[in-house]
Ligand binder design. Sequence first.
Ligand code: ADP
Ligand code: MG
Length: 286
Amino acid sequence: MMPRAEVNDRSDVEDVLRIEEISMSFGAVTVLRNVDLHLRRGEILGLVGDNGAGKSTLVKIITGYHKPDGGRVYIDGEETRLRSVQDARAHGIETVFQDLALVDELSVFHNLFLNREHTGGGWFKLLRNKSMRAAARRCLDEMAVDIPSIDVPVAKLSGGQRQAIAVARATRQKDIKILLLDEPLAAMGAKETALIINLIKGLCRNTGISVIIIDHNYTHLFDICDRINVIQQGQVTLNADLSEISIEELIELMVQKRRRELSKYMPRAQVPAETVVNPQTKGGSR
Ligand SMILES: Nc1ncnc2c1ncn2[C@@H]1O[C@H](COP(=O)(O)OP(=O)(O)O)[C@@H](O)[C@H]1O
Ligand SMILES: [Mg+2]
C-alpha cells in the first residue's frame, strides 16, 4: 500500500531541521501552504514535484533567502529565525544552486576559498596561495573529486567537475550541518552524475551532514536518498522512506496526480496520454 503523507509525524530528537506550517506567497500567488518537513542527522532527503510546485522556494526559505509569511523553523530542536543567507550559514546551512556562483576566470583552488581566503598578516593581508593550494588538494582528494589540476580556471572544467567544486566549497564551511542541493544533477552526463552522487553519499557517511536534494530523475533519487517528499502545488503530499515505496509506485503516484490535475481543466477523454506519461523522461529545470 502507498504510504500517506505524514504531515504531523513525531518530533524526533535526531531532527537537525524541522519546519512546521511554512507558508509563502508572492503577491496574490500562494506558493507554499502549511508545509511540514523534517530532516534527520546524516539523512539524505529527496524533494520531487512538478515545475512550479514550490521546491526551490522552500529551499530558499531554509537557506535564509526568502522570509516565509508564516510557520516555524527548528534547528537541532530550537526554534530559529533565519534572517539572511549569512544567518542560515551561521546555523550550519549551506546551499548549492544550479547557477553555481563559481567565478569562471579564477582557478579551482581560488574558487574553493572564495570569500574565505587564507590571508597573511602585515599591511597587505597577502593571500597565502601556497597554503590554499595544499588545502584545496587535500580537500578534493579526501572527497575523491577527480580534477587534473587545481590551477586551471573553472571555466575549463566540465559541468560535473564544476558542480563537484561547488559542493566541495559548500562543505568546507565550518560547522556545516545541512547541505541543500537544488537540481545539482540537471544537464549532467552519466559519469559526472556518478561523481556527484558518490561525493554526496560519502559526505553523509563520513561527516554526518544532512542533505536535501531536488532532482527530477527518480533513478538518481532512489540511488542516493533515504527518504522522499513529494511537493505538489505548495504542499507536501507524500513522505516515504525508500523502504516503503518503489520507484514504480512513485512514478505511478505522480502520473495519477498529474492526471487528476489535468482533468480539472479538461474533460478526461481529452487528457493527452503524452502529458501524463513517465515523469522520468522529463528534463531538468529551474
Ligand atoms: N521571486 C519570485 N517572485 C514571484 N514568483 C515566484 C518567485 N519565485 C518563484 N515564484 C513562483 O513560485 C512558484 C514556485 O516556484 P519554485 O519554487 O521555483 O518551484 P519549483 O522549484 O518546484 O519548480 C512558481 O509559480 C514561480 O513562478
Ligand atoms: Mg526549482
